[in-house]
Design a protein around this ligand. Structure first.
Ligand SMILES: [Zn+2]
Length: 207
């Protein structure tokens, strides 16, 4: 590979779950397409970045073409959303999948990651402080329950322990219930891939 190809390959290799071999396949795929495809692709990349913004309330990415007040997304200002329940998820794709299944009508918060076991600076890995503020804010507006819908793996469990500790004072002060998804989600299952039946069970069996 020449320098340009290597550079492009290095970009693809930065993507989650993409290794060197796959990133090279992407490069050769792009080379095999015509100029229009590549131009559209590049334009789309720029346009997505330009027209997407992060919600100041739930931290999900949303189209900034949707005009709402106070830079919050359309979900955060939607009256049909049940404001008594807040689901905390690791990433945007989890939120998108939960919404797609249609089994949850509450509001969301995107944590932005999880906390590795024995991590020395957990607060830098996730939006812990922001979550505290959001829960405090919403508790005054009628929030009753926070569901920690994190991955079913040791890192997810670790994150749940960490967040439970952080939210404890608020839970006490506002009589909030802090729950986790039931084990309808089997070990290693990612929220991102759960179907509506699995998710419905996990919600029903939450505790
Ligand atoms: Zn939002």
């Amino acid at each position: 590979m020449n320098n340009d190809l290597n550079k492009l390959s290095e970009y693809f290799a930065k993507f989650p779950g993409i290794g060197n071999r796959q990133s090279k396949r992407f490069v050769y795929f792009i080379l095999s397409r015509d100029e229009k495809f590549v131009k559209d692709f590049a334009d789309t990349l720029l346009s997505v970045k330009k027209n997407t913004t992060q919600c100041s309330s739930c931290y999900r990415f949303y189209s900034s073409r949707v005009k709402t007040e106070e830079s919050t997304c359309e979900l955060c200002v939607d009256f049909d959303v049940n404001k008594e329940i807040l689901m905390v998820v690791e990433k945007d794709v989890d939120l998108e999948n939960v919404r797609k299944t249609g089994v949850f009508s509450g509001s969301f918060f995107v944590l932005g990651g999880s906390v590795p076991i024995l991590d020395k600076k957990p607060a830098e890995k996730i939006r812990a402080k922001e979550l505290f503020m959001a829960v405090q804010d919403r508790a005054k507006g009628g929030l009753k329950e926070v569901i920690l819908a994190l991955s079913v793996n040791p890192e997810g469990e670790n994150t749940i322990l960490y967040l439970t500790k952080i939210l404890e004072p608020l839970a006490e002060k506002y009589s909030l219930k802090i729950s986790t998804l039931g084990r309808g989600l089997s070990t290693g299952t990612e929220l991102e891939y759960s179907d509506s039946d699995t998710l419905q069970n996990a919600l029903k069996n939450r505790g």
